[in-house]
Design a protein around this ligand. Structure first.
Ligand SMILES: [Zn+2]
Length: 101
């Protein structure tokens, strides 16, 4: 599946991040990353990640596998969904509308 990244300001397709959008001329930064969701299971996070990517948002899942064992104490939500800060608003809006494909 080919994934496109879309400009968070105008929706134009972007080649890579960071970049300057050729349509609206906004600078789209890749960093800092912002947590938009915390989940207890990896598959849930992957599901949401896939949905965000479907909307052109370069989402990334950080699970316990990628972190130190210090982090996994207890049964709390440990899988985090990150997006570049520029996409945080957009991502939260997408996540609020669960039933959208
Ligand atoms: Zn743009």
């Amino acid at each position: 599946m080919e994934e496109v990244i879309r400009c968070p300001y105008c929706g134009a397709e972007l080649e890579e991040l960071p970049t300057q959008c050729s349509v609206c001329h906004h600078h789209v930064e890749l960093e800092p990353w912002e947590v938009v969701a915390e989940l207890s299971t990896e598959w849930e996070a992957e599901l949401l990640c896939g949905r965000l990517r479907h909307h052109g948002i370069p989402a990334h899942v950080l699970s316990q596998r990628d972190t130190t064992r210090m982090f996994t104490v207890g049964a709390l939500a440990v899988v985090k969904l990150f997006v570049p800060a520029a996409y945080a608003e957009l991502a939260r809006r997408v996540l609020e509308h669960e039933e959208e494909p």
